[in-house]
Design a protein around this ligand. Structure first.
Ligand SMILES: [Zn+2]
Length: 108
């Protein structure tokens, strides 16, 4: 999938900024309550970049549009369920990266 240069660039930049900022916050912060709010927003912004490109026709597709939408939504759900927060220190870890918190080493 490639993006054409269009007048939509400010929207992509905005969404990317929200996504990147949110993801950085989730990786750095130990505030679980804040992260439960920030991650869905960042996750939605990130996947919206792709969906926006698909629906505006900016993106050149190699698969059918409905299939791509299903893949993007499935990936959003997968991302959401993969990112977990340590009950001990509040650090962020990924579900497939073993069973120990990478921040405090606690069994999770
Ligand atoms: Zn921890």
């Amino acid at each position: 999938m490639t993006l054409a240069q269009t007048g939509h660039m400010p929207i992509y930049s905005l969404l990317f900024g929200i996504a990147a900022g949110g993801i950085a916050f989730v990786l750095i912060s130990r505030n679980r309550r804040a992260k439960r709010i920030v991650l869905p927003i960042a996750n939605a912004a990130f996947h919206s970049i792709i969906l926006f490109g698909v629906f505006t026709g900016d993106a050149t597709l190699r698969v059918s549009r409905p299939l791509l939408v299903v893949i993007v939504l499935a990936n959003a759900v997968l991302t959401q369920s993969t990112v977990l927060y340590c009950g001990h220190c509040g650090g962020t870890y990924l579900a497939y990266r073993g069973t120990r918190c990478r921040t405090c080493g606690e069994q999770v």
